[in-house]
Design a protein around this ligand. Structure first.
Ligand SMILES: N[C@@H](CCC(=O)N[C@@H](CS)C(=O)NCC(=O)O)C(=O)O
Length: 247
């Protein structure tokens, strides 16, 4: 991958850097859905790496556009995000974000060099699917489980599992050495974690009960990369559902 600051070449001007990053972004295509945390992760990384100007298409889950031929051709799982750089397909948000960070040196560095910081970053980053899964199990219970198969005991168990998971993260944030989930610097761990945290609040999670989580959410929601990629459907209708009230 082209290094922007090669020692053999004179330094590039701001305008040249912008032109180069624009050219790189033109080789990228993202098919995405509004409000989807995995889609949001890739969009945050693209902003952090100054890769604006990529080809993108907003598709509707309601209209089942994630099962359209255009998506299925790129992603046989029929899921969003579907992403490619040149002809390299990276449909999984973790794969795409790690690839972008390793291939593009410009913009913000999202994996720290310090071994201790890096270890914590990877640990938190790969714990995020646990958090996300437990939240999704509660939110999508009625949608996923047919009426005849629903049980109050399962709802209770799922909510308890989510509560325990949230307590774990509240504790992590309490012990963190900085404002980010893996310490002093914004990293891929935040890229993975923040969209799921925002999803919690979108679904009626109470800010007062977990002050560290609320502070984390409120401090990051105005970060430029996050603000620029805020789900458009959430902007259109700021009031979400209250499925997580009482958690
Ligand atoms: N592991 C994938 C998960 C992607 C995913 O679950 N996408 C959801 C939207 S958030 C989707 O497309 N669901 C529709 C379906 O599975 O049919 C990633 O992290 O990118």
């Amino acid at each position: 991958m082209l290094q922007l600051h090669s020692q053999l070449l004179p330094p590039l001007s701001q305008v040249q850097v912008l032109q180069l990053t624009e050219t790189m972004a033109k080789d990228m295509t993202l098919l995405w859905g509004s409000g989807s945390p995995p889609c949001w992760r890739i969009m945050i990384v693209l902003e952090e790496k100054n890769l604006q100007g990529y080809n993108q298409k907003l598709l509707s889950f309601e209209k089942m556009e994630h099962k359209s031929k255009e998506v299925m051709d790129m992603n046989p799982r029929g899921q969003l995000p579907s992403f490619k750089h040149k002809n390299y397909v990276l449909n999984d948000s973790y794969a795409a974000c790690m690839y972008l960070e390793s291939q593009f040196s410009q913009g913000n560095k999202l994996i720290p060099d310090c071994p201790a910081e890096q270890a914590l970053m990877y640990q938190r980053m790969f714990e995020c699917p646990d958090f996300h899964q437990k939240m999704a199990t509660v939110i999508y219970y009625n949608w996923k489980v047919p009426e005849a198969e629903r049980h109050d005991s399962a709802v209770k168990r799922n909510r308890e599992a989510l509560t325990a998971e949230i307590k774990l993260w509240e504790g992590y944030l309490e012990k963190a050495s900085g404002p980010f989930v893996a310490g002093k610097n914004f990293s891929l761990a935040d890229v993975m974690f923040f969209p799921s945290v925002a999803y919690l609040y979108r679904f009626g999670f109470c800010e007062a009960r977990y002050p560290k989580l609320a502070a984390y959410y409120n401090s990051l929601k105005d970060r430029p990369s996050i603000k620029a990629t805020w789900p458009p459907t959430w902007l259109e209708s700021p009031q979400g559902q209250d499925l997580l009230k009482g958690i």
